[in-house]
Write a protein that binds this ligand. Structure first.
Ligand SMILES: O=C(O)CCC(=O)C(=O)O
Length: 278
């Protein structure tokens, strides 16, 4: 087996991340690695067997499909806990090298998940990830890997550049016809979301305060699968306990305090907590 290639981030890339709050690393994964991942997740999706707590598709007993494709193909949580390839990819040294360079310290892995996003799926309204992870002090870092080509035509991800220094914003109610999550954070005045156009194997890294999200997949045939992992700086003291156990890049379990708020990334917001948030 050939050794994993060394991966480095240029000073210009780090500077771009510091100014804009995100960075696209092209072809971090090889075509073969993406094909291997696709084979595993497509096999699980086709089988449709629930993975309790992590993936619970709704199959109509009469074999008919719900008009909402996300019922049949919801996102798959914590891939690293039930599929060896999920753990390998979450703790891959190349991801570790980029995360270390961007965080400017040792990263700790918090989660991994798969979005299938078949044609006709709703998107996820603009939001900030640290609203869910509640990493403190500091914020989390996302690594969003394109499994399929991803762009505006199939519900690719968009980011609002330069929003990484914003504090967590109080969410508004999202448009449920376009977003499967009710949490919406509008871009601040003068800023707008720009699409990240990605090829399979490209990875979009972004800071957990960056406002980002996706529109529905309106393409008639193209899926928009992605692998999303989150990391936190080793100096952070707390995170929502839903992400426990955390891992360092050697796979060792790392302990941190449980934050009082937060929950699974992309879960509906409980509006009764709004007062607590403010
Ligand atoms: O992939 C998407 O469509 C949305 C994912 C996202 O925004 C997230 O995981 O925070």
């Amino acid at each position: 087996m050939s050794p994993t290639p060394v991966f480095s981030v240029t000073p210009e890339q780090c500077e771009f991340y510091r100014t804009e709050g995100y960075l696209i690393v092209r072809a971090l994964w090889s075509a073969q690695e993406i094909a291997d991942l696709k084979q595993v997740i497509d096999g699980l999706a086709a089988a449709g067997r629930p993975i309790p707590g992590y993936w619970e598709p709704k199959l109509n007993p009469d074999g008919t499909l719900d008009p909402d494709p996300l019922k049949r193909y919801p996102r798959m949580l914590h891939l690293h806990r039930h599929q060896p390839i999920g753990l390998r990819m979450m703790l891959d040294p190349r991801i570790g090298a980029v995360a270390r360079a961007l965080l400017e310290e040792e990263p700790i892995a918090c989660q991994s998940m798969i979005y299938f996003k078949p044609p006709g799926s709703r998107g996820q309204a603009l939001h900030q990830d640290n609203f869910y992870l509640m990493v403190r002090p500091g914020t989390c870092l996302a690594a969003w890997t394109a499994i399929d080509p991803a762009g505006p035509e199939n519900g690719g991800l968009s980011v609002v550049p330069g929003t990484h220094d914003l504090p967590l914003q109080c969410p508004q109610e999202a448009d449920g016809a376009r977003s499967f999550v009710n949490n919406y954070v509008p871009p601040p005045d003068g800023k707008k979301a720009v699409p990240a156009v990605l090829q399979p194997g490209d990875v979009l890294f972004f800071n957990g305060s960056v406002i980002h999200g996706s529109e529905p997949n309106t393409h008639p045939t193209l899926w928009r699968r992605s692998l999303i992992a989150h990391y936190m700086p080793a100096s952070a003291k707390e995170i929502t306990s839903w992400y426990f156990p955390l891992h360092d890049f050697n796979g060792r379990v790392i302990e941190r305090q449980a934050a009082a708020m937060g929950g699974p990334c992309g879960e509906d917001y409980d509006w009764s907590k709004l007062e607590k948030f403010a």
